[in-house]
Write a new protein. Structure first.
Ligand code: MG
Length: 302
């Protein structure tokens, strides 16, 4: 064999090996046929207003009848109704999933009082979240409308990483986490993509700082699959809604396709919650069972 031919064939073989040994390449190249299911589980969670019932007991009865065992309270409700939530959970299979925000102020505020308000109220919610064994407290670094905000530059990112380190260690000591939520550009230009949130978690380097993906905001992503793969061990929570109008999954017809994202969740062995954060166009008692059927079918397909 001529040297030139040897080099050529080695390169081809090498490239083949590299592709074959790369999990990402093998999953994306034959995604529809490959099930990289590392023990992933579809654990569904509802927020307070997902269900139409009035009392928590009625809501929890309904959720259990549907096989839904995660509950995501708002942070404000967690503080004001802690005993009620705790009592209603007793003797049930339902557990608290993440806590949806609820703090005042914001972490990137340029006003010391607003930053202090965030530090105080966020820690109160973290304390309660730990006591009720929640997976974490969801936070957004700064909504577009929150001003004055630190500028979107390297110094601010460094500041955020340092602040999150303190907050993450605090959460960890209380048995919970803080979960960064990327939104879309219309709501939070500072943090828009799951991979960026995951990179912040990596740089913070605390087991108390995690991130999440929200299928609604993931309109920012070029690939649901790649977004979840990029977050891997940092992915602590997922929000789901219909993909055209942010209503209940299935209400936007063919737009409501989560298979690519679910494939990503399966590939990383995701076992945390997929939690409904959405409105409803129709009758909740009909739409919710339809949504669950769609999601469970697509999870199987993924
Ligand atoms: Mg969300």
């Amino acid at each position: 064999m001529e040297r030139r031919d040897f080099i050529k064939s080695s390169l081809v073989a090498g490239a083949g090996l590299a592709v074959a040994s790369s999990p990402l390449a093998s999953m994306t190249s034959c995604a529809p046929c490959c099930k990289m299911d590392k023990g992933a589980q579809l654990n569904i969670s509802f927020q307070k207003y997902t269900t139409p019932q009035q009392t928590l007991a009625e809501k929890f009865d309904y959720m259990e009848s549907l096989g839904v065992f995660g509950y995501e309270p708002h942070g404000g409700d967690l503080l004001s109704q802690f005993n009620e939530i705790e009592q209603n959970l007793r003797g049930r299979n339902i557990k608290v999933s993440a806590i949806c925000a609820g703090f005042s102020g914001f972490i990137l505020s340029e006003e010391p009082e607003k930053k202090q308000l965030f530090d105080t109220t966020m820690r109160e919610i973290i304390d309660a979240a730990g006591q009720i064994h929640s997976t974490g407290v969801i936070m957004v670094p700064a909504f577009n409308g929150q001003v004055p905000c630190r500028p979107h530059n390297q110094q601010t990112r460094d500041f955020l990483v340092e602040e999150l380190k303190n907050l993450g260690e605090y959460a960890l000591q209380r048995g919970t986490t803080v979960i960064l939520e990327p939104l879309n550009r219309k709501e939070c230009f500072f943090l828009r993509q799951v991979a960026d949130a995951a990179a912040i978690c990596r740089d913070v380097n605390s087991d108390g700082v995690k991130c999440m993906g929200d299928f609604w905001h993931m309109q920012e992503e070029t690939s649901d699959f790649a977004a979840f793969i990029s977050a891997e061990k940092y992915l602590q929570h997922v929000h789901i809604a219909s993909r055209g109008t942010r209503n209940t999954p299935s209400e936007d017809g063919d737009l409501d396709n989560y298979v690519d994202g679910f494939r990503g969740l399966k590939a990383i062995g995701y076992k945390n919650y997929v939690s409904f954060e959405c409105g409803t166009k129709g009758d909740k008692l009909q739409v919710i069972p339809a949504a669950l059927e769609l999601i469970r079918k697509q999870w199987e397909e993924a």
